[in-house]
Design a binder for this molecule. Structure first.
Ligand code: GRF
Length: 211
């Protein structure tokens, strides 16, 4: 069984996609053991509660400084003894100590086709605002392994999404969520649960299904 802990910050729609696919058995032998949020009172926590998944809040405001928060976050994640850490709309920088504690065992969903529209300052609606401002015809989402950079780790899955003529950032964000994020994040978990993913020389390799 692949034990996963899901880190969230807000709406939790990506968490919900994982919950839904786990419930219908299409992710294979996985268990969401815990949800951790850096914000109290967010919808992602309601979604965890409705699914009967234990949740914890580790909020930066509750700590004297960033180092104390980073340590608390790492200890809280470690406590769940995860095989995989999933960042699902998690908007806090992952401390290097956590990346080192879980090498190639942390994945993130980013709402663009990395290396476009990613890195510092590119998150949530800001990504889609930049996409529309640049006038690209195609955007999408990326699941990547987390390294010590920002959106720089090995790319595992991507899904392209068309940009339409009258898109607003909100309309585009919704389409990217529906057609890309909510599809490839559960898919990535399923591949990892089936032991089909290895990271070699900084690249994620998806093996053939031996069965
Ligand atoms: C989404 O745009 C996602 O791509 C980004 O955070 C936003 C909210 O995600 N990572 P969620 O609804 O909290 O899963």
């Amino acid at each position: 069984m692949l034990k996963i802990v899901v880190l969230v910050s807000g709406g939790g729609t990506n968490l919900q996609a994982i919950i839904n696919r786990a419930a219908d058995g299409s992710l294979g032998d996985i268990k969401i053991t815990s949800v951790i949020s850096n914000n109290p009172g967010v919808k992602a926590l309601d979604r965890a509660a409705q699914a009967g998944i234990p949740a914890e809040v580790v909020c930066p405001r509750d700590y004297a400084d960033r180092a104390a928060f980073n340590d608390a976050l790492l200890q809280t994640v470690r406590k769940t003894e995860p095989d995989l850490v999933v960042l699902a709309g998690f908007l806090v920088a992952i401390p290097p100590a956590m990346v080192q504690a879980f090498p190639n065992r942390i994945i993130n969903i980013h709402p663009s086709l990395i290396p476009a529209f990613c890195g510092k300052g590119f998150y949530g609606l800001k990504v889609h605002e930049a996409v529309l401002a640049r006038g690209v015809r195609v955007t999408g989402a990326t699941v990547h392994f987390v390294d010590e950079g920002t959106d720089t780790g090995p790319i595992l899955l991507q899904q392209a999404v068309r940009v339409e003529a009258n898109d607003t950032p909100e309309i585009l964000q919704r389409r990217v969520m529906e057609e890309a994020e909510w599809v490839i994040l559960p898919q990535a978990i399923s591949l990892i649960a089936r032991g089909l993913v290895t990271v070699r020389d900084g690249r994620a390799i998806i093996g053939e299904d031996e069965k």
